[in-house]
Design a binder for this molecule. Sequence first.
Ligand SMILES: Nc1ncnc2c1ncn2[C@@H]1O[C@H](COP(=O)(O)OP(=O)(O)OP(=O)(O)O)[C@@H](O)[C@H]1O
Ligand SMILES: [Mg+2]
Length: 305
Amino acid sequence: MAEAEKTLVGDHLVDKIRRRRKLAETVSPLPAAPRVITVSNQKGGVGKTTTTVNLASALARRGARVLVIDLDPQGNASTALGVPHRPEVTSVYDVLLGDSSLDDALQPTTDHENLFCVPSTINLAGAEIELVSLVAREQRLRTALQSFLAQAEHAYHYVFIDCPPSLGLLTVNAFVAADEVLIPIQCEYYALEGLSQLLGNIQLIQKHLNPGLAISTILLTMYDARTNLAQEVAGEVRSHFPEQVLGAVIPRSVRISEAPSYGQTVHAYDGGSIGALAYLEAAAEMAERGAGAPQAADSHEDGEA
Ligand SMILES: Nc1ncnc2c1ncn2[C@@H]1O[C@H](COP(=O)(O)OP(=O)(O)OP(=O)(O)O)[C@@H](O)[C@H]1O
Ligand SMILES: [Mg+2]
């Protein structure tokens, strides 16, 4: 290895050790009431599911009791948390249709004793249509979640809802059930495309269905520090949303992308990796901010770049 390369590796190592030490020295505060956070972006493959499971797992590892609701028929969050989601399993589909309570559908995860999951099954693919004719079709998840949280034996600190890459009734149910929206943004060329549509939809939800909803958090994902493009996109997102973007950034990492194929989060798969560290830092920052000072979506009308 050339001297310059050795220095670079050394620098990385020192940086990682410093960041780990800082995390170990801080205790994440627990919220007084459960924070219900919808992870949404109608753009596909931007890291919604990866962010949901790894943030949830990170918060559980930092002492919070956490529930993940998988609201995507693809069931990727259920897979990553090692939770069975064959069609016959009681799932969020049965909850939305009013046939089961969230408590009945809840499962422990293989990831952590503080982390629980309500899985999705393939049945959910038909739910968008089945929901249309039901009473209070937009409020079904909210009603189920509120009664679950009110009766839960042990208090939950965070509920994450993983959304499909669309803005149908499932995503509307998630927006209505939540207090906060977390938007993962992939640091690539078309990152901001479609964002104004998402913000417009959130505004509509605020106006008609859930006035308390706020975009509290934006997380930059799949960041490749070696490219100018990633730095430019990150800079642009930060200038549009200075309050919401977390300082922590999730790097593009092979370990993060490998973990789900083992039915694991990155923390279980390779807890010492830089990807695991980044999600722990993001979790600590979210906890520290509490609900932060969330800004209403209507202040971002010109959010698209
Ligand atoms: N930081 C990362 N580094 C490398 N690969 C990543 C990272 N984050 C996510 N990926 C990979 O990118 C792909 C898309 O991620 P993910 O499934 O989380 O996105 P999504 O927004 O949930 O997708 P969908 O819209 O289909 O639900 C996956 O293969 C995932 O493993
Ligand atoms: Mg997904």
